[in-house]
Write a protein that binds this ligand. Structure first.
Ligand SMILES: [Ca+2]
Ligand SMILES: [Ca+2]
Length: 227
């Protein structure tokens, strides 16, 4: 027969195990140590803060099918229609490549109109439909859940700029700067480019983590299209 003293000891040991187990599980869940993050979580974790120069709504980053179709030949015309021009939603497209040692995360910013430079002149001055520019974030696998940022690479027209060991916002978000009109992307607001001569004089807004949610919505949208 088990004595009441022994029963108390067993009960006490079980209680301690439950409390310690719950505490450990909470740590694992909160710090996502119970499983490696998914590729989507990796892309969301390192997603850039985007400083976008704007002079009008054609400088708002949006989705390719903003007009309800996947036809790229009507985007210039439709972007100018009031129902779309006043209702662009923020989207960022992403792609991620994983190697044994790195993640290569590409973020693409789409604008239906590149309105050209103010003079319509120069090698890249012309206006055109369907503007796609962006950046790539290179993450080195270092044994931690999220890895370590190695560099970011931006595209501006047909040139690439590499920024090693960039400073981060909220510890995991590199900043990129997107010019109005032409939408060239730089990793610094002081790039030696004619684009940034007029970037500094315009209104700049900051697109934050909401873009991550839109990436998720886009994934669901793509799945529904595949069905
Ligand atoms: Ca279209
Ligand atoms: Ca452009």
């Amino acid at each position: 027969m088990i004595k009441s003293k022994n029963l108390f000891q067993i009960f006490f040991i079980l209680l301690v195990l439950i409390i310690v187990g719950t505490f450990i599980m909470n740590i694992l869940i909160n710090h996502k140590l119970y499983a490696s993050p998914s590729l989507f979580q990796i892309a969301a974790h390192w997603s850039p803060f985007i400083y976008q120069g704007t002079i009008n709504n054609y400088d708002l980053i949006t989705n390719f099918n903003f007009d309800g179709n996947w036809n790229g030949y009507d985007n210039w015309e439709n972007a100018g229609k009031n129902q779309y021009y006043t209702n662009f939603h923020a989207y960022v497209y992403y792609a991620i490549i994983e190697s044994d040692s790195h993640y290569f995360i590409t973020y693409m910013f789409f604008h239906p109109r590149d309105t050209g430079n103010p003079w319509g002149l120069g090698l890249y001055g012309w206006a055109h439909e369907n503007d796609s520019e962006g950046c790539r974030v290179v993450i080195e696998k270092d044994g931690s859940n999220w890895g370590r940022i190695q560099n970011i690479e931006t595209i501006a027209h047909e040139s690439y700029y590499i920024y090693n060991n960039p400073s981060l916002i909220n510890s995991s978000h590199p900043a990129v700067y997107v010019c109005e009109r032409k939408h060239a992307v730089y990793g610094t607001n002081k790039a030696k480019s004619y684009d940034c001569w007029y970037l500094t004089g315009c209104k700049i807004f900051l697109v934050q983590r909401e873009l991550v949610l839109d990436i998720g919505m886009l994934e669901e949208e793509q799945k529904s299209l595949q069905v």
